[in-house]
Design a protein around this ligand. Structure first.
Ligand SMILES: Cc1cc2nc3c(=O)[nH]c(=O)nc-3n(C[C@H](O)[C@H](O)[C@H](O)COP(=O)(O)OP(=O)(O)OC[C@H]3O[C@@H](n4cnc5c(N)ncnc54)[C@H](O)[C@@H]3O)c2cc1C
Length: 129
């Protein structure tokens, strides 16, 4: 089992998200929707709840759920440590280069405008414009 640093996993998520962004831009009006505003408020609330008592938190699994969880824990001042069983991050959204140099992607992924938390996460990571 590999122990991975937060910076590395966020970079991986950023790379995966950038690939999506190249194919389709974020819908222009998404930031005006109630859902998106709610997601942004929730994220800001998590970041504002920093208690000064930083905890080291184990996050099991480096898929989107685990990576997002680790990001919000870090925003709240904690120290997440992601434990991922495989040699790649991203879970069902992973991509890697095989021994021949070919890129392997685990399925077509589309991040719909109706996913406000995901869109807000992209925005906060500055990987989806
Ligand atoms: C072919 C395909 C296409 C899809 N297309 C879309 C799409 O277009 N749009 C969309 O929104 N969604 C899509 N989905 C769904 C989306 O991929 C998943 O909902 C999402 O990636 C799940 O993320 P997750 O982090 O919850 O779980 P996972 O991605 O399954 O991540 C879980 C991670 O935990 C690790 N793990 C498990 N147990 C342990 C353990 N004991 N110790 C350490 N690590 C562990 C696993 O190795 C894995 O990396 C698709 C799914 C598939 C399979």
């Amino acid at each position: 089992m590999a122990r991975l640093e937060l910076a590395l996993m966020l970079t991986m998520l950023a790379c995966a998200s950038s690939a999506v962004a190249m194919r389709r831009a974020t819908p222009s009006r998404i930031k005006q929707t109630a859902n998106y505003r709610e997601a942004a408020e929730l994220s800001a609330k998590l970041a504002s709840e920093e208690s000064g008592d930083a905890k080291r938190v184990a996050v099991i699994g480096g898929g989107l759920s685990g990576l997002a969880c680790a990001k919000y824990l870090a925003d709240a001042g904690h120290v997440p440590v992601v434990y991922e069983a495989r040699h790649v991050l991203g879970g069902k959204v992973s991509a890697w280069q095989d021994a021949d140099g070919d890129w392997i992607e685990t399925g077509l992924h589309i991040f719909f405008g109706a996913y406000p938390n995901m869109m807000n996460l992209f925005s906060e990571l500055q990987v989806y414009i």
